[in-house]
Design a protein around this ligand. Sequence first.
Ligand code: CP
Length: 327
Amino acid sequence: MTAAAQAPGIPAWGHRHLLDVDRLTRAELATVIALGRRMAEARATGTAAGPLAGRTVATLFAEASTRTRVSFEVATRALGGEAVSLDAASSSLAKGESLIDTVRTLEALGAALLVVRHGRSGAAQLAAEHFGGHVVNAGDGWHAHPTQALLDLYTLAEVLGDARLPGAKVCIVGDVLHSRVARSDIWALTAAGIDLWVTGPAVFLRGFETWARALPGDRRLTVTGDLAAGIRDAAAVMALRVQRERLEGAGAPSEAAYAARWGLTEERIAAHAPDALVMHPGPVNEGVELPPDVVSGPRSLITRQVANGVPVRMAVMALLAGSRDGR
Ligand code: CP
């Protein structure tokens, strides 16, 4: 597929796809945040331009989603494009058609940009190898959820301010092992200079100390099994969903045991991180990783994270639509 001409005001971008955030530099992350802010302003004033005008974005979701799927569709329309949604359960995937043939079919039907969610790590990469346009990974297995990481970074920059991001302490709490959000957040937040900590039951932290030691450059990631130390004086704490669908045989604690030991109650947060804001990628198991009063309380950024998904995904698709080369 031939890349479209660069839309006016959209910065040049050197990546054809967005499969993870691990290859994005700090400057590229700043580009996404700045363009996301412009997209938010344009939406608010009804002046969003149309870098996707005349182009079709197909969302192929082979796993459940509310926020990601709807926000990609809203973002597509806000950019002047047409959103086509493929529900895997009622598609020919359910008859045994392969992901590769599905991707080729969507391209033949005119899709210029493909948004893929799949339960298998590497599915978005596979799609990118067989699709002539641009692919955005909307979450693959445990591997990556790049647009979630970008909207998390965007939200932190919004509430803390750009100048306070480098060195700010943020702690991710919970099922890090099974979390594609945590993996992408580790790449994006540490690239932005955030002092990132992860904590949770030992069974959920396996392998992350090795990763922390291997992170390039001056990136800071601390792994601890001590919840109080992890969240102490953090500017923000991010609870992760206990992923019931991925826990079979994982030796994980019961939900009740998890909530008692690791749940981020207001009392716990107030005792160790009194100024902390609370994040969660959603969906929340209320009463497990977060109690309802924290989810909807004054510290919570959860609704803001969801809302920020639209301008950030607008920025990502506008950048990709104008990109010519590169992976
Ligand atoms: N955070 C996230 O990916 O939410 P959905 O599963 O609802 O898309």
